[in-house]
Design a binder for this molecule. Structure first.
Ligand code: TEU
Length: 516
């Protein structure tokens, strides 16, 4: 397998650095801490780590408000720590993907400080200013997307918090500046970027109001009460992505896009992948699916069908923005393992979220623990994203920090932690085994997909096929055992229920991979 294709054959492990490992005792994870935990990541068998943002930031949106793209926030360490991390990852055969938050900056970024100062400065047009509110656009985090700035009395656009002003991607200098940021990190050895809400970069040049859309939640949360045809997904976006791709290609780096889409369909993400756009884009239909064989199959197929020929699928069960899947889907550890079988055996690249290999559940936080801005604003209707960001559970006592963690540890830490892996049925074994299987099994890595492979109402099944081998995957989505008609196979390659006889019915919530 050529190195250039690591992003197709391997899996990516998302780390939320604040919550992975603290080395200073201040209760916040950092880069030296993260580095000290690379054994765990390497032993899991992933090919890359993706770090949520670590750049200097006032942390209004926990790093998704960047004040300097080319440095590291002191709470996480230094640029030298980042160089060391890149070096250590590479020495272990791990690639490093950073989070590129380029739709907006922090209001503390030097670009914005200059831009807001007066109407005639050179950076004025780097952001989107109007003397009066020009349209009905809403912020994703609630309220209007326009805030008046006292310095000049004009309004600036922010798709997220007022502390996250949107860059003006229609200004060629902004595009050049972002391309320079990409080069800065690629030259330091970074292997790729995850691009935060890339489909919002460009807005309609005339900033027209979005058409209204009826939605029951629109009164409380205006964002869902509009068709977002003018504030994102503009038809000239592919040109901009093409320029980013050209820079990535110079360095053999990879670009993975995240779309903003409140409809939870995400098909549009597929429009922006291909040889001259992004390598991959998240398609969150699987994450947002209900746990039934029918709904899951529909979600999976919606991505496979939407992708162009030169596209490549991505599979995400959990990330830092949504409730962790064992809580969302229920069904305990057995279902968490079955979900892993789905993400790790479909054609495409799995993106794992730290702690999912332990079956970490959503943290149940009290009102007083909530720090995520939308959680504070919309509690208790929306409790925010902190529950998905609780500290990694390393030992029975946590071992994330010697101090007070910035978010409380989950109460199940005494029995759910990285040292409690002796039991062969523990979740991490399914992750390790399937990741190893992918590495060594050509059918799983690159095989064509035959889908579906059963019409059983409770079971998902597909085959992965190359000339030399055929592998069948079966996922029982229900809490009772099921006998599925069709080829039983000749050998069980992995069973989440430790079944070894191919003729055995599927155990409740079992995921099974067999050679046929
Ligand atoms: O998320 C974009 C996005 O779609 C979320 O804002 C989503 O609407 C929300 O989490 C639903 O609860 C990206 C980042 O992943 C997120 O962490 C940032 O807060 C956001 O962009 C702004 O940078």
């Amino acid at each position: 397998m050529s190195d250039a294709a690591w992003w197709r054959t391997g899996a990516v492990y998302q780390i939320y650095p604040r919550s992975f490992q603290d080395s200073t005792g201040n209760g916040i994870g950092d880069l030296p801490g993260l580095r000290s935990r690379l054994d765990w990541v390497e032993q899991l068998g992933v090919s890359a780590v993706w770090l949520s943002p670590v750049h200097p930031s006032p942390q209004a949106d926990f790093g998704y408000d960047v004040a300097d793209y080319c440095d590291v926030d002191p709470i996480f360490g230094s640029l030298a720590d980042m160089d060391q991390l890149i070096h250590d990852c590479h020495a272990r055969g791990l690639k490093v993907v950073l989070d590129g938050v380029f739709n907006h900056t922090s209001d503390q970024h030097a670009w914005f400080t200059a831009s807001r100062a007066d109407k005639t400065n050179a950076k004025r047009d780097w952001y989107i200013w109007r003397d009066t509110v020009p349209n009905n656009w809403k912020s994703t985090f609630g309220g209007t997307a326009w805030t008046q700035d006292p310095a000049t009395g004009s309004y600036y656009l922010h798709s997220f918090l007022p502390a996250q002003p949107d860059l003006n991607w229609r200004n060629p200098d902004v595009v050049d500046a972002v391309l320079d940021v990409l080069r800065f990190w690629f030259e330091r050895g970074v292997d790729g970027f995850r691009l935060d809400v890339f489909n919002s970069y460009l807005k309609h040049p005339d900033l027209p109001s979005n058409p209204r859309r009826w939605h029951p939640g629109a009164l409380a949360y205006g964002y869902v009460g509009q068709h977002h045809i003018h504030d994102r997904d503009q038809s000239d976006l592919p040109e901009v992505l093409g320029r980013m791709r050209a820079v990535a290609d110079e360095f053999g780096a990879v670009l993975i896009g995240e779309t903003l889409d409140e409809k939870f369909r995400y098909d549009r993400a597929a429009d922006f992948v291909g040889d001259d756009q992004l390598h991959m884009a998240f398609h969150f239909a699987l994450l947002h699916s209900r746990w039934t064989a029918k709904k899951l199959a529909t979600a999976i197929r919606s991505q496979l069908n939407a992708l162009p020929k030169d596209g490549w699928p991505t599979w995400v069960l959990s990330n830092h923005d949504f409730q962790r899947h064992p809580t969302r889907w229920g069904g305990g550890d057995e279902r968490a393992k079955a979900a892993a079988v789905i993400a790790l055996t479909l054609p495409g690249t799995p993106f794992l979220y730290y702690g999912e290999e332990l079956g970490m559940v959503e943290g149940r936080l009290k009102r007083a623990d909530i720090v995520d801005p939308p959680g504070i604003r919309f509690w208790p209707v929306f409790k925010g994203r902190d529950g998905a960001r609780t500290p990694m559970q390393w030992t029975s006592e946590g071992a994330f920090t010697t101090g007070i963690p910035w978010l409380p540890l989950n109460p199940d830490t005494p029995w759910r932690h990285a040292e409690a892996t002796a039991n062969p049925l523990s979740i991490v074994h399914t992750y390790r085994a399937l990741l190893a299987l992918r590495r060594n099994n050509e059918a799983l890595r690159s095989g064509a997909t035959i889908w579906p492979d059963t019409d059983h109402a409770d079971v998902l099944s597909w085959q992965r096929v190359v000339a030399s081998e055929r592998v069948r995957v079966l996922v029982n989505t229900v809490d009772r055992s099921v006998l599925v008609p069709g080829e039983a196979g000749t050998q069980v390659l992995w069973s989440t229920a430790a079944v070894t006889d191919v003729r055995e019915p599927l155990a409740p919530n079992e995921g099974r991979v067999v050679r046929v």
